[in-house]
Design a protein around this ligand. Sequence first.
Ligand SMILES: [Zn+2]
Length: 275
Amino acid sequence: MTESNRIGIDIGGTHIRLGVVRNGQVVQRHQEPVGRHRHPSDIASRLQHISEELLNTDKPDHVGIGLPGIIDINAQRVLRSPHFPEWVDVPFGQILQEAFTCPMVIDNDANMALRGEATLGAAKDLNHAIMITLGTGIGGAIMLDRKIVHGNHGFAGEMGHMVIDRNGPKCACGSRGCWELYASAQAFQQPPHTVTDSKEWHQFGYHLGLGIASLANVLGITDVIVGGGLSNAWEKFEPSMKNAIPQFTYPETAAQIRVQRAYLKEDAALIGASL
Ligand SMILES: [Zn+2]
């Protein structure tokens, strides 16, 4: 890689994170709350200002942005984003392009995270992988033959909304009993880092394993990378997750399933976006 000014941006529900990435390392970074000005053009001009500040008024050569939701990468449009409910079919790529003059790319944040892991992290030597990001919801990405699967209009990878109980509670997506209600922060009544009851973590791990088994059954992909903030509680849910997987797959499939933690941790999407 050359010494170019590559910026990776990870837009989350509460924070925007930017980094200058050189040789796969974040060499400069900035984080700030999303705040109240959430209009796409406000966000775009803020990103442009912060990028130039990070680069000491120099211009970026490439900007990549990951954000949650359904992103149509061909049309460069955000069709829907859980953290920005007012953004519906927004031409965010075009808005960003007016702020940044350099080449840029947008994609779903989990797809960006898997890009990062596939290039520099846990999926570097894998042909196929599933990425699961555990946070306020479940983000998902699928890599098949080294290519991220986007599906029609970017609909692929919304595995958090796989229904595991049709009589379950209502989900923000309009459906019921979605996987992320049982295996993300939404599984708990309180902030996850304050949950000490091992039974609750056991249930969490059980549901996580159940979903992973179903994904492996459908996709035939047995390497699973788990990232996102909640993956920091790995020790609390790993045993019950691994215990659940063989209960929901053929033994041959279960024997091949390998679940590992994201290597790039919280920077996976940011680094992936910069590539
Ligand atoms: Zn849902």
